[in-house]
Design a protein around this ligand. Structure first.
Ligand SMILES: Cc1cc2nc3c(=O)[nH]c(=O)nc-3n(C[C@H](O)[C@H](O)[C@H](O)COP(=O)(O)OP(=O)(O)OC[C@H]3O[C@@H](n4cnc5c(N)ncnc54)[C@H](O)[C@@H]3O)c2cc1C
Length: 243
């Protein structure tokens, strides 16, 4: 008989060994951490871990949403953007394979639960894409009957994380739709340029309805302004989910 996987969740920081590092963009990397072969993180798609570090004698922690497909056994991934003045993002980018990193959780964020909607909008800015990719990978992988609409905002084309995956999904899955918005776009750019506006939301997201929800994640000013926009467009507060 096959025994069910061990589901891992810890309140106190536990060490995880870094096994691989992959470059995603010029300032973003995916860090793969080892789990026992029969174990997975005890999380819903969109939940997050805390990374803990002691730097210059000070203990710090920051939240990161695993970008890997929930339920993966034997490993999980964190995709982290490096900020020049950032404490924990720089600490992670300075790690090498074989290093141990302390983490606690997973902790419950605004997450996806199967059956919660049949049309799902995702509005992401920069690293706000990490909970979205985890949820999108889950829904597509599980072949759930859900229509997905992603609006992904970035500064420049070189900042778009997982770009190939969005293109592949668009070709492979008729229920996956993606629209890119760049602050600074190159000539011939087929997406939008500037900020995510009310018009873009109306054109690219499913209209408010009882079986629609919208995940919204990105820099706080973007989230605040788009939460207001979504409410003005008639999306009820409980259908706007902030992972
Ligand atoms: C639930 C949750 C999940 C998250 N998941 C991820 C994830 O998967 N990947 C990821 O890269 N980050 C994620 N973050 C953000 C992450 O927790 C840290 O805030 C980020 O890595 C910066 O931490 P730091 O210690 O390097 O920077 P800090 O030392 O906290 O900040 C230093 C400077 O960096 C800049 N900065 C910090 N954070 C941001 C930001 N979000 N946007 C713009 N400028 C910023 C500011 O200029 C700030 O002054 C998540 C946050 C939350 C709340």
């Amino acid at each position: 008989m096959i025994s069910p996987p061990t589901r891992i969740k810890t309140k106190t920081p536990s060490p995880y060994i870094l096994t691989a590092i992959e470059t995603v963009t010029h300032d973003t990397k995916t860090f793969r951490f080892e789990l026992p072969a029969d174990a997975t993180l005890d999380m819903q798609p969109g939940d997050f871990l805390y990374v803990h570090a002691t730097l210059d004698g000070k203990t710090v922690k920051r939240a990161y949403t695993p970008s890997s497909l929930p339920g993966m056994m034997g490993f999980f991934d964190l995709t982290v953007k490096r900020y020049e003045t950032g404490v924990v993002s720089k600490y992670l980018h300075d790690r090498h394979t074989g290093d141990a990193v302390l983490m606690s959780g997973p902790n419950s964020g605004g997450h996806w639960v199967d059956g919660m909607a049949t049309r799902v909008g995702f509005v992401a800015g920069g690293t706000g894409i990490t909970p979205m990719i985890s949820i999108i990978r889950w829904i597509l992988n599980m072949k759930l009957k859900v229509e997905l609409f992603l609006i992904f905002a970035n500064k420049t084309e070189s900042d778009i994380m997982f770009r190939q995956e969005w293109e592949d999904n668009t070709h492979q899955f008729p229920n996956f739709h993606c629209h890119h918005v760049l602050e600074q776009s190159p000539s011939g750019w087929s997406g939008s340029t500037g900020r995510i506006t009310s018009e873009i939301v109306q054109q690219r997201l499913p209209a408010p309805s009882s079986d629609t929800c919208v995940f919204l994640c990105g820099p706080p000013p973007m989230v605040d302004s788009l939460e207001t926009t979504l409410k003005e467009l008639g999306y009820p507060e409980h259908t706007i989910i902030l992972p």
